[in-house]
Design a protein around this ligand. Structure first.
Ligand code: KMH
Ligand code: ZN
Length: 270
């Protein structure tokens, strides 16, 4: 089995400090969180930024400032979000790509999200994918459902996204596929062998999905974007605490954790 790549989704767009005061929202807090996660075993940081009032933002300047602050502290791979917040305009979602991060998320379909719709029209998916190709940014393909995965495979065949691609299976949003074990097996089974995957369980699914991904040979995403809890009714103290737990779990299951250089090579970056 490949070494385990741990991604931490440290902030997100919808999670609030009211839900968990440990959520890092300002650039300094995010840089410290990224550093702590890197120390705890994360090789990739999935990054959203906020404006000064804590609202989700796709500001290029805010992304630049945050990325610079993270860079000063550690060499972690930074994957910027082009998903942004529900309702964000596609031009704004694409804007931070001009900073040429190593990686960016690419959502390949629309899905209900909370009480709203997370809209990803085919033309917008293609627009983001083309922009990433032009700028030589490696997309991570975010899928929330089996149908979205099948559609992504079509995009891969048609050359819209790289072949092979690295996928993120996001399980348990409440509107997509749930985090039951059989679902992760189904998603992984549907991928051609050359492709690779990370799995993120939302809310109470975070820990079981991580454990299953470790033993299945996939990779793992944790973090406060996806889950603010440590256990039922107990808030996580930090993103790093969640990363540390999967690093320990991987060690117990004798699956070594990849460092940044190993992750970079595996993900075909640079
Ligand atoms: N905030 C969600 C609506 C991504 O980062 O690419 C979308 C999201 C996905 O977080
Ligand atoms: Zn995200």
């Amino acid at each position: 089995m490949e070494k385990l790549i741990v991604t931490c989704a440290i902030t997100g767009a919808e999670t609030t400090k009211e839900q968990n005061p440990a959520l890092p929202t300002m650039p300094e807090e995010q840089a410290q969180a990224a550093y702590d996660c890197w120390k705890a075993g994360a090789a990739v940081i999935h990054l959203h930024v906020r404006d000064d009032s804590g609202r989700p933002s796709q500001s290029v300047e805010r992304f630049q400032d945050t990325i610079e602050k993270i860079r000063k502290k550690c060499p972690v791979i930074i994957q910027i979000s082009t998903g942004g917040a529900v309702g964000e305009k596609i031009e704004n979602r694409a804007a931070p790509l001009k900073l040429k991060p190593e990686m960016a998320s690419l959502n390949t379909g629309s899905i209900n999200f909370g009480d709203e719709i997370f809209l990803n029209l085919p033309k917008d998916v293609e627009f983001l994918a083309t922009r990433m190709k032009e700028l030589k940014i490696r997309p991570e393909i975010e899928v929330y459902d089996y149908g979205m995965l099948e559609y992504s495979l079509k995009l891969m065949k048609n050359g819209v996204i790289p072949n092979p691609s690295h996928f993120q299976f996001v399980l348990g949003t409440g509107h997509g596929i749930s985090g039951e074990s059989r679902n992760l097996c189904r998603m992984a089974d549907a991928l051609p062998e050359e492709c690779s995957w990370t799995a993120a369980g939302i809310g109470r699914y975070q820990l079981p999905v991580a454990a299953q991904a470790i033993v299945m040979g996939g990779h793992v995403r944790v973090g406060l974007e996806d889950n603010v809890f440590w256990s039922k009714g107990v808030l996580a103290k930090s993103n790093a605490q969640l990363v540390e737990r999967v690093s320990q779990l991987a060690a117990m299951l004798q699956r070594p954790v990849a460092n940044v250089e190993e992750a970079r090579k595996f993900l075909c970056l640079g």
